[in-house]
Design a protein around this ligand. Structure first.
Ligand SMILES: [Zn+2]
Ligand SMILES: [Zn+2]
Length: 337
């Protein structure tokens, strides 16, 4: 009898272990999603690479990545759907031709959800050209199924739309219909910059402020204050992934791809954690008000001269050399770089 009981106990324990997903601790009720093991970049054969890679994180959150064959920036865009409205984060870089890819995704979502029409809010992480280039094309969409509600990438327009009362100190928000998105002002890389926290998935979008790559800091004091503001906002909130706008790191710790690269074999993953955000805060603090370049495993803090347009002559030269080498080879890139 004792033997049977212990056998039953063993079976019970095995069953529990196989199904050991408890609703606690906090965060267990976040809507899950999946990220790809690797993203398409710009090759090896540009003829085979679509202008936009569409990834379904889950049925109501899509990630679009622009091909490096069209532009070396290769930005990521995010498309959220709620019960009532959708929201697009950024419109891509030069030669993006976003409208057809965007319409395709929205049409498929509508069909899947047995709907005829949706309002799509178009908003931006910040105002730099590699994230707003597709604005005119998106505003020009004439599609009975898609009603574009455009929010200009300015402090004024975003503050009014998201109800940010005191830029940059107080957050704003938007409800897409059973989907609350919090908007946190994070100027410093750009005068207008926001982060977005999705309450449903626990995904945090950080734009160009934090991603695996070169974090260009224009206004150091502002950038540091924004990083601290973002961390304070996240207190007590579960974060599934921190997702930024670019990937410039390789899979080798501390090593980035040369500026201007269109093809990223063995690229760092997109997703970062709150640990990385804390590491960014720590790095900024360690400078004690004297900005300097600081490389970490997954990103580099990269102060730029606020008076300089762009990244300066040295970086421009590297960009030109990389492009001169890679663009002619884009139909058949070498497997490793
Ligand atoms: Zn930027
Ligand atoms: Zn950017």
């Amino acid at each position: 009898m004792a033997r049977i009981s212990s056998l039953l106990l063993a079976i019970f324990l095995v069953t529990v272990a196989a199904d050991a997903q408890f609703p606690q601790p906090d965060g267990g009720d976040l809507e899950p999603g999946a990220l790809p093991a690797a993203w398409t970049t710009g090759g090896p054969k540009c003829m085979e690479v679509p202008e936009w890679q569409v990834h379904e994180y889950n049925p109501n959150l899509f990630i679009l990545r622009q091909s490096g064959c069209t532009d070396a920036e290769m930005p990521f865009l995010y498309l959220f759907f709620g019960k009532d409205r959708g929201l697009l984060w950024d419109t891509g870089s030069r030669r993006g031709n976003l409208a057809p890819a965007l319409q395709h995704v929205v049409h498929d979502w509508l069909e899947r959800n047995h709907r005829d029409q949706i309002t799509l809010i178009v908003t931006h992480s910040h105002s730099h050209e590699d994230h707003v280039f597709g604005d005119a094309a998106v505003q020009g969409i004439r599609d009975p199924a898609i009603n574009i509600q455009f929010v200009a990438p300015t402090v004024k327009a975003a503050s009014a739309f998201f109800g940010i009362e005191n830029w940059p100190s107080t957050p704003g928000q938007v409800d897409l219909g059973q989907r609350q998105l919090n908007i946190i002002p994070v100027p410093g890389h750009d005068d207008y910059a926001i982060a977005l926290y999705d309450r449903r998935t626990g995904v945090l979008l950080t734009g160009d402020n934090l991603y695996p790559g070169r974090l260009y800091v224009k206004d150091f004091a502002m950038f540091k204050a924004s990083t601290e503001r973002l961390i304070a906002f996240l207190t007590g909130k579960p974060v599934a992934h921190i997702l930024g706008n670019h990937i410039e790191q390789t899979q080798t710790p501390f090593k980035d791809f040369p500026i201007g690269s269109i093809y990223h074999p063995n690229e760092h993953c997109l997703e970062l954690t709150v640990g990385t955000l804390l590491e960014l805060e720590d790095g900024l603090k360690s400078m004690q008000g004297a900005p300097r370049r600081l490389a970490t495993r997954d990103f580099t803090i990269w102060p730029v001269d606020p008076k300089e347009h762009g990244l300066g002559p040295q970086m421009d030269q590297i960009f030109k050399e990389t492009q001169a080498e890679q663009i002619p080879n884009k139909w058949n890139q070498p497997a490793h770089r």
